[in-house]
Ligand binder design. Structure first.
Ligand code: AVJ
Length: 319
């Protein structure tokens, strides 16, 4: 798998480059995509099973309940591209809605974590022997890494569950949706979007009692030590997550508990006590707000499915 080795090497150097840049500016930040090495992906899978973390289980319920209607929108014999596919759990519910009619073409799970993706693809092939699974190790925000998919003929539909779109700022969300609308022209995008709700429910989902979210957040520092030879003291940074109702987003930070200096690639970075490294934003949307955003990126918003408590939504967008 020379391509995988290359892709992994490219990701390590992208991580080093982005972390150096992120530590050099004020306020400090690093993109959440760097959470997801093999250990981080495994921690994220544990988050999805937490009692406080409602999004995964709620979205699975929506997919289970309305999978047939979604499959109807997607149409027959389509190729499916999943963005940030992770452990490939959610596609199974869609596949179940499809397989009855044997109507799905090929499945292209795109993920940044090569190891995690290969293992998950192997397990998926075992359970769905009829399916053509072709993993693509790529950063889906970089269209040059999606060239294989661009060159494919035929109708393509996208699958982007989990409200990963909430990680993007406004510009990035627009960029991704425009890129997706172009890639999926003539097809559409099925996208999961977390909804605005009472702040305490949101707060609890990112401050779980078992500390799994804290370990997930800190994993980016552990990974920097391991892959980049940095010397972050993991005991001297604490997980801090809160909901900002004005920005309609959860912010996650790693806050330095004392004055300290961290070294990376020959540079020294001084942290004051209380200084933060901003690691993630998780935006929440109203249904109408998201439809307006999708429309301004060139999609034609279609049906929306939600759960009874309106915690989460799944949108069909025609492109
Ligand atoms: C995968 C980006 C949707 O924002 O809820 C979970 C990541 N971070 N707990 C989210 C996450 C902390 C998750 N997304």
């Amino acid at each position: 798998m020379a391509d995988d080795v290359d892709a992994r090497a490219a990701q390590v150097s992208a991580f080093g480059h982005d972390l150096l840049a992120g530590l050099s500016k004020t306020p400090r930040s690093i993109a959440p995509k760097y959470f997801y090495d093999a250990a981080g992906s495994a921690l994220f899978d544990r988050i999805c099973a937490l009692p406080e973390y409602y999004p995964t289980r709620t979205e699975l319920g929506i997919l289970e309940r309305h999978g047939r209607e979604m499959a109807d929108q997607m149409g027959s014999r389509v190729d499916v591209v999943e963005f940030g596919a992770g452990s490939l759990a959610k596609i199974r519910l869609l596949l179940d809605a499809f397989s009855e009619r044997d109507a799905l073409g090929r499945y292209f799970p795109v993920d940044i974590s090569a190891q995690h993706l290969e293992g998950a693809a192997r397990r998926l092939r075992t359970d769905y022997a009829w399916l053509h699974v072709q993993p693509v190790v790529a950063d889906y925000m970089r269209h040059e890494q999606l060239r294989v998919l661009e060159q494919m003929p035929g109708r393509k539909v996208g699958f982007f569950p989990g409200s990963t779109i909430g990680n993007f700022d406004a510009d990035e969300a627009m960029m991704f949706l425009q890129l997706a609308a172009r890639l999926l022209a003539g097809g559409g995008l099925l996208v999961g979007v977390d909804l605005v709700k009472d702040p305490l429910t949101l707060h609890r989902a990112y401050n779980d009692s078992q500390g799994v979210t804290a370990a997930f957040n800190l994993n980016v520092l552990r990974r920097a030590n391991e892959e980049l030879g940095a010397d972050f003291d993991l005991k001297a940074f604490s997980h801090y997550a809160f909901y900002d109702p004005l920005e309609r987003r959860i912010e996650m930070h790693l806050v330095s508990s004392r004055k300290q200096t961290v070294h990376l690639a020959g540079s020294a970075f001084r942290f004051e006590e209380g200084e933060s490294l901003h690691t993630e934003n998780s935006h929440k949307f109203t249904i109408d707000g998201f439809r307006a955003l999708a429309a301004s990126a060139g999609f034609k918003p279609g049906p929306v499915w939600t759960d009874e408590a309106k915690l989460f939504s799944v949108h069909w967008l025609e492109s």
